[in-house]
Design a binder for this molecule. Structure first.
Ligand SMILES: Nc1ncnc2c1ncn2[C@@H]1O[C@H](COP(=O)(O)OP(=O)(O)O)[C@@H](O)[C@H]1O
Ligand SMILES: [Mg+2]
Length: 250
């Protein structure tokens, strides 16, 4: 454990993806410690998905680098993927495959997973794996995506807007799953555009705006500093009309 503590679960160094026109991600320096639940927050278009795709080597940076457990996300992407559970923002379309066939297919690629874990996840989210993917509601598709990310008990979860499409009951179930996962020793990196949805599960949050990280804070520090209305703090970063990098307070 001590050895693991020395290596950040995620580290980025001036990670950038420039799409032109001021769009993309710019010089992201971020560290996420093992066993943290880190909330990556920002409005639509802030660069959350871009960051996550860079971590998963789905796209290539224009500058900088990213590391997962010390592994280079580009050079060692296969080793990274083996250790990560990834929920993409837009799940692939599995068409007429049944839920359990999708699970079997991806479990096979992982060299097999514990079927008890799969069953337990399906049960707790009340997901019927005998149904065809295309017949699933958006909520059920999201539940399947969550199951696929967690089923091999990865050391790091990288989850792009995981609560999208989940009803409140399933959201609560999902937060409970996050807490258990963290208590079991794993690390969670999740994105969201709604602070109030994730503030109760995150140890720290980073706020991204127009491709730049404008704030990183521990939630208990934010609370202790008198910034009691976190939603207001959060919105103050959203409501800026100019596109300049807002200076960090304190
Ligand atoms: N493939 C692409 N080509 C050009 N621009 C892109 C591409 N992907 C994302 N962008 C732009 O980069 C910015 C960040 O997008 P994204 O990372 O999807 O934001 P978020 O996930 O926070 O909503 C947006 O302005 C988006 O339009
Ligand atoms: Mg996104």
């Amino acid at each position: 454990m001590l050895r693991e503590m020395a290596v950040p679960a995620i580290r980025t160094a001036k990670l950038s993806k420039d799409y032109g026109g001021g769009r993309g991600l710019f010089e992201l320096d971020l560290e996420v410690s093992p066993q943290e639940v880190f909330g990556y927050l920002g409005p639509n278009g802030a660069g959350k998905t871009t960051t996550i795709r860079l971590l998963m080597d789905m796209i290539r940076p224009t500058a900088g680098a990213a590391y997962v457990f010390g592994l280079d996300c580009r050079r060692d992407s296969i080793a990274v993927k083996r250790r990560v559970g990834y929920l993409p923002g837009d799940l692939p379309q599995f068409g007429s495959l049944r839920g359990r066939e999708v699970v079997a297919y991806l479990a096979g690629m992982r060299g097999g997973v514990d079927s008890r874990v799969v069953r337990a996840l399906a049960e707790r989210f009340d997901l019927d794996l005998s149904r065809r993917f295309r017949e699933y509601s958006s909520g059920n598709k999201q539940k399947l995506g969550i199951l696929l990310a967690f089923m091999h008990r990865p050391e790091l979860l990288v989850l792009d807007e995981p609560t999208g499409g989940l009803d409140p009951l399933n959201q609560q179930e999902f937060y409970q799953l996050l807490r258990e996962t963290r208590d079991g020793g794993a690390t969670v990196f999740l994105s969201s555009h709604i602070l109030s949805e994730v503030e109760h599960v995150c140890d720290r949050v980073g706020i991204l705006r127009a491709g730049r990280l404008v704030r990183v804070a521990k939630l208990n520090e934010l609370r202790a500093s008198g910034e009691t209305n976190l939603e207001e703090v959060f919105l103050s970063y959203y409501s800026e009309t100019d596109q300049t990098h807002k200076a960090l307070p304190e």
